[in-house]
Every structure is written in C-alpha cells, then in structure tokens.
Design a protein around this ligand. Structure first.
Ligand code: DGL
Length: 271
C-alpha cells in the first residue's frame, strides 16, 4: 500500500531544551523529514507547575505550531504529555504523539519480572500518568514511581560527570533499588543524559527505557501506515528552532543535547 506524501514539517515541542533528546532520535531516523522544534524557555520548568497550568501551556504551544502548518505534533516533554495530551487531542485535528505511551509499551516489552520503576518531574509523577498507562497495558505490572527534581538542573548545568551527580543519583534512586525494579523508565527529557550514572547506580541487570528512542519507533510506524504522511522521496529535512526566551542560553545548552552539533539559528517567538 502506498501512502500520499506531505512536505510540511513535524512540530516537536518541549518546555525548553530537553526535548532535543527526542528531536535527535527523530532526525537520526527520518533525515528526509523537516522539523520545527519549539522550546517554551520563557516558562520552563513545567515539572514544578500545577496540572492546570501545564495543560494551558501545552494548548497554547500546540495552537502556535498548528498555525505554522505542522503536519503532526510530537509532545516531547513528559510533563506536558502527562497533563496536556488528552485536552490537546480534543482540540487539534492533526496526529499528536506523546512520549508516555511509547515509553510504557517499550518497558512492558522489556520487563522480565513485571517490576517497573518510573522517574520523572514532580508534576509527571503526581499525575499518575505512567502507572495508569502501564496498568492499562498489563494490570499485573508492579510500578514504583519517583520524582527526581534535582536531575534536571544537574543536566542543564553540565554536572553529569561530576562526583556530586553520582551522589545525588545514588541517594535519590535508593527507593527504586530497594524495590528491585527490573526496568526503569527515564520519564523526563533530560534523564537520557544521565543514563551512564543511572545505569551505574541501578546495576546492569536493570533495563533503562529511553522515551526518545521509543517515540522514534512509534513515529516510524505512523509514517509507514500513513497516519502521518511522509515527506516526498529525496527530500532533505530542514530544522527550525523556536524559543520563547533566552535564545543564547538555549543555543549553548542545545549543543550538548545534540552531541556537539551546533544550533546555528534560533528564532524568538511570542505565543
Ligand atoms: N521537559 C520536562 C519533562 O520531560 C523536564 C523539564 C521541565 O520541568 O520543564 O518532564
């Protein structure tokens, strides 16, 4: 079956720079697709805000991207996916992909003993979105969730290789080690950058689920099925970066999230 093509970009959004982990996985997998990345840097962090506020921000950002004629939306932020996805799906007609479902599916597939840990921001964990989705997939799964509010600043300030990072990660993850989880969902955009430290603390037997990779896998299936129509054959994807504040700081941190690849131009926008 052949599906029609669509040269419009895919919109990817996050509260700030963290969603670049998802963008990176998407660009690597679909170099022919164009992407508009929007980081809501004026209002980051979402992870410490109330559910109501996160939902409102999510709808505002999405409606801006819809006006820029994106053909699909990827909500790369875990907090926005946890709180804003349901409302968003009611309001927009284009396909919307969050990060929670793909991460949960991958975790349920990988878990050998059904003991799953989830780490995320305070707001994501308080929402219960991960346990809810995991139990929908398999009611027998035992889920332990944990908020890790110190992890985002460690990554943004580039302290991932610092001895303090190891101490903080070790201390924070103690309840998950005690719960003997066999699989751990990195339920926040920033945590893949701490993967080595987290793996060191959890031990090699614990499978780590990077939502960014899981989202790229899910998007591949959407493109094959035509739920999102792929770019015309032979296209060269264009990347556009938008932020709502501090573009220079975004550029500086973004390079680290993109494995050293510089972000040459960032457009400032008002929502
Ligand atoms: N992007 C957020 C998330 O994945 C982390 C940063 C924030 O709190 O805004 O939950």
């Amino acid at each position: 079956m052949s599906v029609g093509t669509d040269s419009h970009p895919i919109g990817v959004f996050d509260s700030g720079v963290g969603g670049l982990t998802v963008l990176k996985a998407l660009v690597r997998r679909f170099p022919e697709e164009g992407f508009i990345y929007l980081g809501d840097t004026a209002r980051v962090p979402y992870g410490a805000k109330s559910a109501r506020t996160v939902e409102r921000y999510t709808l505002q950002v999405a409606s801006y991207l819809v006006k820029r004629e994106v053909k699909a939306l990827v909500v790369a932020c875990n907090t926005a996916s946890a709180l804003g996805l349901a409302a968003l799906r009611q309001r927009v007609t284009i396909p919307v992909q969050g990060v929670i479902q793909p991460g949960c599916r991958m975790a349920a597939r990988l878990s050998r003993g059904g003991l799953i840990g989830v780490i995320g921001t305070r707001t994501t964990v308080a929402s219960g979105a991960y346990p809810h989705t995991l139990h929908f997939l398999d009611p027998a799964l035992r889920v332990t969730s944990l908020a890790c509010p110190l992890f985002v600043p460690l990554v943004e300030e580039d302290w991932v290789s610092h001895a303090a990072a190891r101490m903080i990660v070790e201390e924070t993850l103690r309840p998950l080690v005690a719960a003997s989880v066999d699989t751990l969902i990195l339920g926040c955009t920033h945590y893949p950058l701490l993967k080595e430290v987290i793996a060191g603390v959890m031990g090699e037997k614990v499978a780590l689920v990077d939502s960014a990779e899981a989202v790229a896998e899910e998007m591949a299936s959407h493109l094959v099925k035509g739920i999102v129509r792929p770019a015309p054959p032979g296209s060269q994807g264009r990347l556009t970066y938008l932020v709502t504040d501090v573009a220079d700081r975004f550029q500086e941190v973004a390079t680290r999230f993109l494995d050293g690849v510089p972000v040459s131009h960032v457009e400032m926008i008002d929502l």
